[in-house]
Design a protein around this ligand. Structure first.
Ligand SMILES: *[C@@H]1O[C@H](CO)[C@@H](O)[C@H](O)[C@H]1NC(C)=O
Ligand SMILES: *[C@@H]1O[C@H](CO)[C@@H](O)[C@H](O)[C@H]1NC(C)=O
Length: 278
């Protein structure tokens, strides 16, 4: 009699990682050795956009690289009625905001999606005074490392040089030391195919969807830079139950029927990876 059983060669490591939104979690896990001797990595994320238990992913870039910037534009305070005796950072910052919108619209390939959004503009609190400084800030997104770092460089140049047109000086901070820069999340073609195959075998082809890339970011991206990776979604949307809100909404909830399905898919991805890698 022959006993038939799978011989699993290898070890499955489960990563329980804190501080995803703070931007430091994955980087710190890597620094602490979580990926040592790891040859592939998989992550699943709930999605309110897809019905319960639909699996979605795509090969290549899935989520954008994300950075933040804050620029301090400095002029010289003065009475608003005597503008010639001051250096006006409000006008300089306003020009910088307008010029920043020319980077994506005029310099980026329209087929290579990118975003620059100014989300904050602060300066002055006296209606009769031109202030010393204005602080503007925002975020930028791109799907390739080259496009991302090109945006970073151009934001720096455009703000500094546009403010200098109006005689202001500028410092721009990209918070690089705080690790708030997330690289793009890029799925490895083979790992994506593996997820697709396992999900399709378990749930049927109609329960797998190729999803479009999204401008959001994930710190799983740090892992994708180091080992072949696949990130996929599992739907939790059920209108009857009301699980229709994003993960960032106070109304967020999931259709709990997804739990055994998600656990089975994720476990099978690991098990079959070990069995089939040859
Ligand atoms: C991304 O580009 C920056 C700037 O060119 C470079 O320093 C960095 O090593 C690149 N990262 C990757 C993962 O290619
Ligand atoms: C939504 O949840 C209800 C209650 O559990 C269930 O009967 C229904 O089949 C679910 N719908 C979908 C699309 O999963």
């Amino acid at each position: 009699m022959i006993n038939k059983f799978w011989v699993l060669q290898g070890t499955v490591i489960l990563l329980f990682q804190p501080a995803e939104e703070a931007g430091n979690g994955a980087k710190r896990m890597i620094g602490d050795g979580a990926l040592e001797d790891v040859e592939a990595i998989f992550a699943v994320h709930v999605s309110h956009e897809h019905p319960t238990a639909i699996i979605g992913s795509r090969p290549g870039p899935l989520l954008a690289g994300c950075g933040f910037f804050r620029a301090v534009i400095s002029g010289r305070k003065g009475l608003a009625g005597d503008p010639h005796n001051s250096v006006d950072p409000i006008l300089a910052a306003s020009a910088a905001v307008i010029s920043l919108q020319g980077i994506v619209s005029r310099e980026s390939n329209p087929l290579d999606s990118q975003v620059v959004s100014v989300t904050s503009f602060n300066g002055g609190n006296n209606l009769n005074m031109i202030p010393d400084t204005v602080v503007i800030g925002g975020t930028f997104r791109a799907f390739s490392n080259a496009s991302f770092y090109n945006l970073l460089q151009r934001i720096q140049e455009v703000v500094v040089e546009q403010a200098s047109v109006f005689r202001c000086s500028t410092t721009v901070d990209f918070f690089e030391k705080d690790s708030t820069i997330y690289p793009p999340t890029v799925n490895d073609d083979h790992m994506y195919e593996h997820v697709k195959k396992v999900a399709t075998d378990l749930l049927g082809p109609t329960n797998f969807r190729v999803v479009p890339p999204m401008m959001g970011a994930e710190d799983f991206s740090f892992y994708t830079e180091i080992v072949p990776a696949a990130f996929y979604y599992i739907g939790v949307r059920n209108e009857t139950l009301g699980s229709i809100h994003t993960g960032h909404s106070p109304y967020f909830m999931i259709d709990e029927d997804v739990l055994p399905i998600g656990a089975a898919v994720h476990a099978s991805i690991a098990e079959r990876y070990l069995n089939e890698r040859g």
